[in-house]
Design a protein around this ligand. Sequence first.
Ligand SMILES: [Zn+2]
Ligand SMILES: [Zn+2]
Length: 316
Amino acid sequence: MEAFNELNLLEVDLPVAEQDDILLKVSHCALCRTDAKMFRQGQRDLVLPRILGHEVFGFNEQTGERFVIWPGEACGVCEECLKGHENLCSQMRIMGFHRDGGFAEYLSVSKSSVIPVPENLPGHLACLAEPLASTLNALEQARVEKNERILIYGGGPVGLLMSLAAQSLGATAFVVEKNPPKLRKSEKFRSSLAIEGSPECRLKDFDVVVNAAPSLSIFHEGMSKLRSGGCFCLFSGFTGEGTFPVSILNEIHYRQLRLAGAYGSTRRHMEKAVLLLNLFQESVSYLVEEVIELDQIPLALEAILSGDTLKFVAKI
Ligand SMILES: [Zn+2]
Ligand SMILES: [Zn+2]
């Protein structure tokens, strides 16, 4: 990508693997809403020109070893890194944002960023490890426990992966998706995991509410859906203008509610995500709308922006 709305196929030099790096042949790279937004309008961390793509599965051509890639590159020595919260490192450089990503045939990455993938997990599913890992981080920040009830706003690929992650922890997930065609698209996925979904939710007293969509109205509605002592997890950034009324602060106070922020994931979450993808291969396969070629990426990004697609995966 050289400028906004300008994504071109180019011949580039083979990346050089420095010491501590490994050269991977990229096999699959999934597209997400963040890629689509960067294509359209840029993003805080995006530096142009750039090869996009941060949901990558590839292999070592010499050894045949298969990997997904934790997209961060953290300093490894700051307090956050040392505590195992490398996603919060202030020196973070993200693949596909600050440095070149996975919409390319080859990628040089740090050996510390690769997560092994078992032989029987197909590449077009393995590359969903990155978004699934970010939902595992969110549920961890919200301290979700077994038998709890989780309300997820947003039934796109990430909200749906979040529901799978919640069920895997022994919790029960409900997905609210206001767009009926989009809700219908996820029927097969949800029924394979017995996850309820509807355009609105009449139930209350949830232990945790998560926003996997950016509208601020979700925050107001979601807070009213929490049981006392429950937690709202801010997973997607909110967009638009909004005010934060004192009444909500007082509700947090009187009902002992918690707010938990979540951003990205750590290597540990990626490892867990690979295990889950392997375990739930059939359900996850229902999330892949189409496996596309590299030159179809701009059209797929447009489709993602239009709003009701599941996951596109580029076969490189
Ligand atoms: Zn993504
Ligand atoms: Zn650091």
